[in-house]
Design a binder for this molecule. Sequence first.
Ligand SMILES: NC(=O)c1ccc[n+]([C@@H]2O[C@H](COP(=O)([O-])OP(=O)(O)OC[C@H]3O[C@@H](n4cnc5c(N)ncnc54)[C@H](O)[C@@H]3O)[C@@H](O)[C@H]2O)c1
Length: 358
Amino acid sequence: MRSPSAKIGQKLRLAFIGCGGISELHIKTLQKFADVEIVGGADLNPERLEVMKNKYGFTKLYKDYHEMLKELKPAAVSVCTPNGVHAPATIAALAAGAHVITEKPMAMTPRECQDMIDAAKKANKKLVAGFQYRYHPATQMLKRARDAGEFGNIMFVKCQALRRRGIPNWGVFGQKHLQGGGPMIDIGVHVIEMAHYVMGSPRPIAASGKTWTYMGNKPSDVASQWPNWDWKTYTVEDLAIGQIRFENGALMQIEAAFAAHIEKDVWNFSLVGDKGGCNWDPPALFADHFGTMINSKPAFIADGNFDFLFQQKLRNFVDGCLTGSALEAPGEAGMAVQKILDGVYRSSDAGGKEVGIE
Ligand SMILES: NC(=O)c1ccc[n+]([C@@H]2O[C@H](COP(=O)([O-])OP(=O)(O)OC[C@H]3O[C@@H](n4cnc5c(N)ncnc54)[C@H](O)[C@@H]3O)[C@@H](O)[C@H]2O)c1
């Protein structure tokens, strides 16, 4: 697969910072792109560098990403580290002259996002937040419905990223100082990014919310998909509930959990406007037609699996780098979502009082 407007034979020389779990999906996707050459990677963990060498045949591998940037001079970098490294790695890569896609969430705080956006402007390079759910066929269908005025004035959106018991037992997902938070920033971010995109990206102005930690910081003998997480280092929330007010008067409610006593996992947003409403999973539109309340469901909708979503998000980044085509999730989109996440955490720190979002 190649960008239609890229010059024949042109290849984007791309390197990785962070070679853990998600980098492998990036690699498998990018290896199918004829206009990308993966030139190397950096990871603090030598075992991950061994995986890169043995599984993917990479030879230019580094412990220190600064050294990699200096020696390989990649044209683009994919940042796949824990959240706390997104900003410093992105800023270093931009300063070294590379375009950057950084995995979600864009960073740990809006301040870090702003520093990244400023660094991209200074270097005159592309910066992309690695959101993929906006490419999902259901999200695209609902975005088109919104653009066509199907919902009218959007008043309320409810976002849910809820796991009954899904505390990650790998990486550093339980450590607040390395991740910035728990389920709100790790999985809530996915549903928020697609809902905010379907809403037409209104400006958030205030947040209220609360977080609770009651399970992840204790040992557990309950059978679950990912048992034996590192409860001793667990400092993030198990459950976060937030509410966002937008400049246009709309409200967004957010529910995110790694662990909660609910019937089953939920991954969905639903939206209510004054003309119509919708649901993401299962995708459906709700409106009044012909004097009747009608629920419309797609007769067919393409499969939005991870292979497809990563192919879309990486294709958009690579095209943007090679041809200057429009980016679907530039740094500014990452920033808007980060302000929402940050607002909920700040409100929780303030005892649940509403806090302003600038
Ligand atoms: N888009 C998605 O659906 C999706 C899915 C999973 C993870 N992610 C995101 O990807 C990022 C990584 O998650 P993961 O599951 O791959 O975690 P992981 O723990 O498997 O991998 C992270 C890697 O980064 C390395 N690392 C840490 N600090 C580093 C540094 N200073 N320099 C170089 N390497 C460093 C670690 O050694 C590790 O190998 C996170 O931000 C996460 O939110 C996104």
